[in-house]
Design a protein around this ligand. Sequence first.
Ligand code: SF4
Ligand code: SF4
Length: 351
Amino acid sequence: MNKRFSSDAGDELRFRALAAALASAGLSSWGFVSGRRFHAACGGLPAATRAKFGADEARGAVAASLAYGEGPAEPPDWAAGLEGPDLALARFARADWYGELAARLRGAASAARAAIRAEGLEPGPARAWRYLANSGLPEKPLALAAGLGSLGRNGLVLLGAGGPPEARPGPAAASPPLGPGAVLGLLLLPFDPADAGGADEPPPREDLVAGGRCGACRACIEACPTAAIGPEGAFRREACLQHWTAREGEPPAALLAVWENRLYGCDACLEACPRFRLEAGAATERGRLGPSLPAGLFLDRDDDEVRHKLRGSALGLGWMSLEGFRRSARLARARKEAGPGDASEQVFPRI
Ligand code: SF4
Ligand code: SF4
């Protein structure tokens, strides 16, 4: 029993207030993670990472998803007039979907706290309701623990593809399967939803991880241009285009041969998945970049201007390398200037 609160009835009321707030928050799916499972998932993290994200203080969590669909169709106004060629963005990066999900979780936390207070109960301090997306916490394992889906061989959570029903997924998790086209986030809680709900936890489900629900499908493995996905879902990060697109350095030659006009991300294994579907209602204007940006942004503008334009977007994160983006822009320009022919010879100068 959670000792921080005074009664079972109070815990249940807090739980219900939170569930109602989550149902109104515009999330694609969500589910609860008990304190025991949350700390089991976070236990292997470095102490500094746990401290940074407040993991040690959390009593439980909500795992949530937000489908991104095709994303915004138009680039920002400032992209007009910049010279090409156009550099492609993967769907998850066409807007700041992570920021949008975090904002929706923040709204849910605020509404839940207000509802709890209106019942004469103490919701706990606002800092105990941390909303996170694309954080250093293990969002995929926690999404699986919350019953949001299963882990595909492509390393993405296949949302709605069959999580454990005993894990108390939220009502939205019962909507049509979302597949892998969504971002994940967390809302940390000052109470344990397992205490509040009173349900025993089911044992972990092995079939939810490492392609256990993919059946005989191997589409993502066959679609990956760099063989980064192994036969049983083993993922080779150093062979993945997405991994390299936002990092500086010289990628392996085999990757350069299939780089094409990528700027950030790679959708090949996403598009190949038979469970991928575009979420028609997905929309946000937060950090809008659209499906591509002109190479001229990176080749004809200085660092300060580029960083200013990308601030608040999926390309504005501190760990991302402008030099990595410039490398992609140089590759695309070289390709364009070389014209049609043998791409492996003409497009990929050593950089
Ligand atoms: S993102 Fe692209 S390169 Fe990486 S595993 Fe998927 S298909 Fe392969
Ligand atoms: S493409 Fe097939 S094997 Fe890969 S994640 Fe999707 S269902 Fe699983």
